[in-house]
Every structure is written in structure tokens, then in C-alpha cells.
Ligand binder design. Structure first.
Ligand code: DX5
Ligand code: ZN
Length: 217
């Protein structure tokens, strides 16, 4: 299980996105939080920014769509240059069809669960996905405290992935820092999103290296 560290540009300076992307070279993916003030109570960025960012960096883009109607929008983010697109199962009308569409476009398909959404009803969907995202805060804002109560869900999801012999990556997002990443890794996560822990640091690239080391890479 290879550890991957994905800095979230939500905590970066939006006026200097190209430089902020370069500041974390060595990271595996750049995590891009798309919010619509409908699915979550916050508003961030959309397709044009992803298009520009994909031209500005060689780091692949991991787009996390916290928006209503992902069935309509997710394919647009693949066209804009995203290498991985995550939609929320709570918002998707047809998650299987959507995952297949994203894969058919040549991107990685990923599904996210809010803290109150259990994994068990979606066990049969796992083979349709390249990644599952377990939110470790309520989606909407950076800088929130890590929810320890999500650790059992991470553990149960890792067991399901093993049981079915899948290659699926298991991502955690929210409150991931040097003090919480070990718990996530121990529970079975292998892809770690970190916003404030990376962009709040004096040296973001060093913060990525420190997180990678703590996660056991
Ligand atoms: C929250 C976003 C996260 C956020 C994480 O809704 O999905 O990706 O940027 O920020 P931190 O790491 O500061 O919790
Ligand atoms: Zn996110």
C-alpha cells in the first residue's frame, strides 16, 4: 500500500495558485475542493480554475466535488484536466453510471462519504471505483478538527477492500496533520489530503515530506 500525500489548495492563496502548486512539488496529487454553496455552505471554484491550474502544474489534479448534481458536472472536470474526480454519493443520482462515465473519459473515479454516511450499503459498488474518500470532518471548510469517530469506518472499509481483493485507494480528508495521520494510516487509509497542515506551514514541501514519513512511507 503506497502512501500518497495530496495537499489541498483550499488553504492556499487563490491569487497565486500556480506558485502554490509549485510550492508542493513532490506531492502525489493536488487536491482541489469544489464547493457550490448548496451541497455545502461554502463557495470556492469551478471548471475554469481547474482548466488553468491543470496547465500550470505537472502535478495531477484530484478534484473533490462538494456540489449538487455531480452527474452533470463531474465529466466537465475531467474535460478540464482532472486526473481523478470524486463525487459525493449523497449528491449523485446514479453513482454507478457516473463512475463508469468518468472512467470511460480516462480519469480515476472516486466516491466520497460524509461522516454520517455508512460504507456498508455501498459494498457492491466498490469494484466500480478507483478510490473511496472517507471524510474525517463535515465537508465545507478547511482547518476543522479531525473526527476520531471515523476511524472504525476507515478500518471497516479497508477490510471490505481486502475481502474483495480490490486495488481501490482509500483516501481521508479533513483534519489530517502530523498528529492525526498515523491513526489514519494504522486504520488502513493510504491517500491523505492535508490543507492547513501543508499550506499553514512555513515550508509546505517540508510539511508534505513530514506527513509522508509519519504515514509510514
Ligand atoms: C473540507 C475539504 C478539505 C479541506 C481540508 O471540506 O474537503 O479538503 O481542504 O482541509 P484541512 O486539511 O485543513 O482539514
Ligand atoms: Zn476535500
Amino acid at each position: 500500500m503506497a502512501v500518497q500525500i495530496n495537499p489541498s489548495i483550499l488553504s492556499a492563496d487563490f491569487a497565486r495558485l500556480a506558485d502554490e502548486a509549485k510550492a508542493v512539488e513532490g506531492a502525489d496529487w493536488l487536491h482541489v475542493d469544489v464547493m457550490d454553496n448548496h451541497f455545502v455552505p461554502n463557495l470556492t471554484l469551478g471548471v475554469p480554475v481547474v482548466e488553468s491550474l491543470s496547465r500550470a502544474t505537472d502535478t495531477p489534479l484530484d478534484c473533490h466535488l462538494m456540489i449538487a448534481d455531480p452527474d452533470r458536472w463531474a465529466p466537465r472536470f475531467v474535460e478540464a484536466g482532472a486526473g481523478s474526480v470524486t463525487f459525493h454519493v449523497e449528491a449523485a443520482a446514479a453513482p454507478v453510471r457516473l463512475a463508469r462515465e468518468i472512467r470511460a473519459q480516462g480519469a480515476r473515479a472516486s466516491m466520497a462519504l460524509k461522516p454520517a454516511t455508512p460504507i456498508e450499503p455501498y459494498e457492491d459498488l466498490l469494484p466500480e471505483l478507483d478510490m473511496l474518500l472517507i471524510m474525517t470532518v463535515e465537508p465545507g471548510f478547511g482547518g476543522q478538527a479531525f473526527l476520531d469517530i471515523m476511524l472504525p469506518k476507515i478500518r471497516r472499509t479497508r477490510e471490505l477492500i481486502s475481502k474483495h481483493g480490490l486495488e481501490l485507494w482509500l483516501q481521508v480528508d479533513g483534519g489530517v496533520s502530523e498528529s492525526t495521520i498515523e491513526r489514519c494510516a494504522e486504520a488502513g487509509a493510504d491517500v491523505f489530503v492535508a490543507g492547513s497542515a501543508v499550506y499553514g506551514a512555513d515550508d509546505p514541501a517540508a510539511a508534505v515530506r513530514a506527513l509522508r514519513e509519519k504515514a509510514g512511507a
